[in-house]
Design a protein around this ligand. Structure first.
Ligand code: NAD
Ligand code: ZN
Length: 350
């Protein structure tokens, strides 16, 4: 099979011919139809995350082994399966849940495999969907797809799923105003999900006017370009000078976190999602005085993915897919995402 693989950080992906895996027991081999190009693929390609103060967290120190095939937002058809598989048939169209855990730690035991102590995520710790085929270790990680377009459905495994759990965390105590920072793949899903599952007015922030226009089309009530130094004042004014109940930061870099903290209302809730990284200094007394919550959100669990699939089936959320690439164009797809040329999501159709 043909796979686009990262051999070492920042080097072009190689298009390699590797042996197609054969499924055993509970395993299922999926013929990939469409795979989303996520900003996390860029972090994997760059070799890690910016921790701030000149520190860098290498993905190889977290268990990633190169060469690795990226791609965790996978839709495909069942090609072949092991003897222990039931409930699916050859040719079924499926969405793959990629956030696979060990099955034994406290998180896995309550169904939150996405928060596993020793994750085995597809497209990160094991080969993913930038490939003709992908091997899935257990059929319980598949969700049958019907009534949702293949390209659009890819988003439901990561960008949509992450937005869904992050917005659920932001939706405490009936928020009046939710601010969404970043109108990329995740943020645009965040806007749609926030409009679908909360009663809040949604304010969206980005550096790019074209992305903000799309956010408005997706239902954002107010949009602001944070290149404008008065963005914080403008948001405060929209929020009746009290601030936002929740801020969901899909960028999570020093300027966005500073903005988030500045516009957060008393009792407010800051949900950090993006992995752009860096570090900030916190003024400690404001945290108890304002009694704010700062929390993280990382992808979502299988049940959340199935709930989201239902919202997509009903047409409540519509992932924006603006560009399609062949597998041979995997490098261009990543370069275009890095250069911020993609509205919503791009997909690769191997
Ligand atoms: P993307 O590249 O599609 O979108 C990022 C958006 O942020 C762009 O619209 C860009 O213009 C905007 N932006 C960048 N810097 C900004 C700034 N300083 N102020 C305002 N806007 C700014 O990326 P994506 O796929 O949406 O992913 C976003 C981040 O979330 C990435 O770091 C990705 O790795 C991470 N991520 C986290 C999880 C999780 O579970 N926590 C899951 C998937 C992705
Ligand atoms: Zn992702």
């Amino acid at each position: 099979m043909k796979s686009a693989r990262i051999t070492e950080p920042n080097e072009p992906l190689t298009i390699s011919d590797i042996e197609t895996p054969r499924p055993h027991d509970t395993q299922v081999l999926i013929r990939v139809k469409s795979v989303g190009v996520c900003h996390s693929d860029l972090h994997l390609w760059e070799g890690g995350y910016d921790l701030g103060d000149g520190q860098f967290m290498k993905v190889t120190d977290r268990g990633v082994k190169y060469p690795v095939t990226p791609g965790h937002e996978i839709v495909g058809t069942v090609e072949e399966m092991g003897d222990g598989v039931s409930g699916i048939a050859k040719g079924d169209k499926v969405l793959v849940f990629p956030w696979i855990g060990c099955g034994k730690c406290p998180a896995c035991k309550v169904g939150d495999e996405n928060l596993c102590d020793t994750p085995r995520s597809i497209g990160v710790f094991q080969d993913g969907g930038y490939s003709d085929y992908v091997l899935v270790s257990h059929f319980r990680y598949l969700a049958k797809l019907d009534g949702v377009d293949s390209d659009a459905a890819t988003s439901l495994a990561c960008s949509g799923l992450t937005a869904y759990t992050a917005i659920k965390k932001s939706n405490q105590n009936s928020p009046e105003f939710i601010v969404i920072i970043g109108a990329g793949g995740l943020g645009l899903m965040g806007v749609q999900v926030a409009k679908a599952v909360t009663d809040a007015k949604v304010i969206c922030i980005d550096l790019d006017d074209q992305k903000l226009e799309t956010a408005k089309k997706m239902g954002a009530d107010f949009v602001f370009n944070s290149k404008d130094p008065k963005t914080d004042q403008k948001i405060m004014s929209v929020c009746n000078d009290k601030g936002a109940d929740s801020v969901v930061d899909f960028v999570n870099a020093p300027p966005t976190v500073k903005l988030g903290l500045a516009i957060l209302r008393k009792r407010g809730n800051l949900v950090l999602v993006g992995l752009f990284g860096g570090s900030v200094e916190l003024s400690l007394v404001t945290i108890p005085l304002k009694s704010i919550i700062i929390q993280g959100a990382y992808t979502g669990n299988y049940n959340d993915m199935v709930e989201l699939l239902d919202l997509a089936r009903k047409g409540t959320i519509n992932p924006v897919i603006s560009k399609r690439y062949s597998l041979d164009e995997a490098n261009t797809a990543l370069e275009d995402l890095k250069a911020r040329k993609i509205i919503g999501r791009a997909v690769i159709n191997p």
